[in-house]
Ligand binder design. Structure first.
Ligand SMILES: CC[C@@H](C(=O)O)C(=O)SCCNC(=O)CCNC(=O)[C@H](O)C(C)(C)COP(=O)(O)OP(=O)(O)OC[C@H]1O[C@@H](n2cnc3c(N)ncnc32)[C@H](O)[C@@H]1OP(=O)(O)O
Ligand SMILES: [Co+2]
Length: 136
């Protein structure tokens, strides 16, 4: 694992949350992006080397909609940047972690991602991310 890449925060009202986090962090998001496959709108704020990702559900069956219904708004996941996501997935599987996807999938912000089930990581949903080189 290279570094903490982002912290994902589930929000109910995307535009209000973007205004609030812009005030909190003293800067506007550097990117907003819809990821249809995950049923979310996302925005990203830089905080030093790490990022804050705000996530709003765009469909009632998305992970974010279910999370907010159960637990309310708040920290949804933490994401670690890795050099080789396939190798890291194999290592974590070998160590007994439950991976939520068999192959890396396309996430937001030009990344390949994979999720680790919160039940196998002390109640925390963990995301692995690897930058897709040569694209933007
Ligand atoms: C935009 C792309 C990407 C990026 O590039 O950054 C993203 O960040 S996308 C983020 C949204 N996508 C995901 O979260 C995908 C991975 N998540 C999942 O596959 C599911 O959400 C899940 C973790 C498998 C849970 O789904 P499911 O089992 O259908 O939901 P339940 O509500 O029944 O939950 C079961 C169990 O797990 C607890 N839970 C759920 N989510 C979380 C969470 N984020 N953190 C901690 N715990 C979580 C939930 O409370 C249930 O627990 P019990 O009630 O004790 O059984
Ligand atoms: Co994320």
């Amino acid at each position: 694992m290279k570094n903490l890449e982002h912290i994902g925060i589930a929000v109910s009202n995307f535009s209000e949350a973007n205004k609030l986090y812009s005030k909190l962090l003293g800067a506007e998001p550097y990117k907003t992006e819809s990821v249809e496959s995950e049923g979310v709108n996302t925005s990203f704020f830089k905080v030093g080397e790490a990022k804050i990702e705000l996530l709003e559900a765009t469909s009632p069956d998305s992970a974010i909609a279910k999370f907010i219904q159960k637990k309310g708004e708040g920290i949804h996941h933490i994401a670690f940047e890795v050099k080789d996501i396939v190798a890291e997935m194999a290592r974590l599987k070998q160590e007994g972690f439950v991976l939520l996807n068999e192959l890396p999938k396309k996430g937001a912000d030009n990344k390949l991602v994979c999720f680790v089930h919160p039940k196998s990581a002390n109640g925390v949903l963990v995301e692995l991310t690897q930058e897709i080189k040569g694209e933007e």
